[in-house]
Design a protein around this ligand. Structure first.
Ligand code: H79
Length: 444
């Protein structure tokens, strides 16, 4: 060290200490993750999105990830990509279907538990570029979504039963890999997310999954979350980035790091307005395409959406496209039916909040400004619907879905009377206009 530098360090001793502090922070506890992105509101207002589970497994018609080493022998499953040639894949058509359904965002499986990657990744050969199809699905769909103004998002599995570095394997994480290296796998995860965000972003959401297995831990969770937010600060990340999810209820046990929102799976979340949530639910029974899978009725699909929003949550409705690249026409038709209904009545759902009447056997309520929308999903053969009292005065009551409603407000409650002929099978929407803001009424 020369004398000038020594003199400098004697004058500013902090210069020596600072780098040491930075080094030491590597082994001390992780700093708290950044607060949720400030722009989460666009997503809460969107209320309805499309989930897409797709990959070479569609050739078998079995479940993505889970059927590897179960219904489909591992070696056979891992060779399916050599036959994956969805020549009728049309990204624009998918994006338009989402749009026509009234969906504002779309989440595609960039990688599921089976490890196959739907984009051109420089970190693996197990990707769509090495199929006979040879087209970058993520690139085409992200571009199509941008054109249709549907926000593009990806689902990315943390567990990878295919990758040799990830410690657990098929079936369902029950086997062990011979020479795993979780640190190297962690780097692989981060590298691939860098690709997804840099090459196809900005992304709306990163929808993690497969976090429940033992190789994943809270430190890795916070590190991955920070990594993604550093690449794109506005990205919204679900709670499955972290440990401690309470199974399919999709909430995270108190105190644990839980990303930005909760994820009830194959069920409608409970009323919760102090933390955002989104139910993911299949339009048929299976996540990936299954021939002749049982399709849910329009009534069930719509009432599921309405009930999610009434509980102050979103709905991510899943389709599994076919091996030829198309979404099944009957599923497309169901989605279009939903979209037609939403065109007429979407105002009572988009950009609303759930409540103030909590969901009941009768239905749900939503609100925006000085308006409450009461969604009566089931009249249960009763003459009147009796709701709890509210402290704001109802200045006007009307039926959005047509006909007349009689509204009686008292200290005991609110009674709504609609003639049988004006009650709708799907959803009878009563609009209540108040003399003040509905958000000031605490949920009851
Ligand atoms: O990506 C979708 C699922 O593959 C994944 N999460 C959603 C979004 C998921 N991870 N875990 N689970 C679903 C729950 C697992 C349920 C199971 Fe089964 C019951 C696995 C084996 C029996 C479902 C039914 C899968 C195969 C049969």
């Amino acid at each position: 060290m020369n004398s000038t530098l020594l003199h400098f360090l004697r004058t500013f001793p902090m210069l020596l200490v600072l780098p040491l502090r930075l080094l030491a922070s590597d082994s001390s506890p992780q700093p708290a993750p950044p607060p949720p992105p400030a722009n989460l509101e666009w997503w809460r207002e969107a209320r309805f999105g499309m989930f897409i589970h797709w990959g070479p497994v569609s050739l078998k018609g079995t479940e993505i990830g889970w059927s590897r080493g179960a219904e489909v022998p591992e070696a056979e499953y891992d060779r399916l990509y050599r036959y994956f040639n969805p020549t009728r894949f049309d990204a624009r058509a998918w994006a338009r279907t989402a749009k026509a359904a009234g969906m504002k965002y779309l989440v595609l499986t960039s990688k599921h538990h089976d490890g196959f990657c739907l984009w051109d990744s420089q970190y693996t050969n197990y990707d769509v570029m090495n199929t006979p199809f040879g087209r970058d699905v993520i690139k085409e769909l992200s571009a199509a979504c941008r054109k249709e103004r549907v926000v593009f998002c990806t689902y990315h599995s943390i567990c990878d039963w295919w990758h040799p570095d990830y410690p657990l394997g098929s079936p369902g994480g029950k086997s062990k890999k011979p020479s795993p290296n979780m640190d190297r796998y962690h780097a692989y995860l981060k590298n691939q997310l860098t690709e997804l965000i840099r090459n196809y972003g900005p992304l709306g959401i990163l929808w993690f999954d497969g976090e429940w297995e033992s190789p994943w831990n809270p430190d890795r969770a916070v590190d991955l979350y920070r990594h993604c937010r550093q690449l794109q600060d506005s990205i919204i990340i679900n709670n499955r980035v972290g440990k401690g999810r309470e199974d399919m209820a999709g909430t995270t046990a108190g105190g644990a790091f839980a990303g930005d929102y909760d994820t009830p799976e194959q069920r409608i979340g409970k009323f919760q307005n102090d933390r955002p949530w989104e139910s993911c639910i299949t339009i048929c029974q299976q996540w990936a395409w299954k021939p002749d899978d049982q399709l849910k009725s329009l009534r069930e699909c719509l009432q599921t959406l309405v009930t999610c929003v009434g509980g102050d949550g979103n709905l991510l409705l899943n389709v599994g496209p076919m091996p030829d690249g198309r979404i099944e026409p009957r599923q497309v038709e169901r989605l279009r039916e939903m979209g037609r209904w939403l065109k007429r009545y979407g105002k009572s759902l988009y950009a609303t909040r759930g409540g103030p009447f909590k969901p009941g056997a009768w239905g749900v309520s939503t609100h925006q400004g000085k308006t409450i929308y009461v969604h009566v999903l089931d009249w249960r053969n009763e003459e009147t619907l009796k709701l709890p009292a509210i402290e704001k005065r109802i200045v006007k009551a009307s039926l959005v879905t047509g006909g007349k409603v009689r509204c009686a407000q008292s200290a005991q409650g609110v009674e709504l009377r609609v003639a049988a002929s004006s009650r709708q099978d799907l959803d009878t929407i009563v609009k209540l206009q108040l003399d003040g803001s509905a958000s000031e009424i605490s949920p009851r």
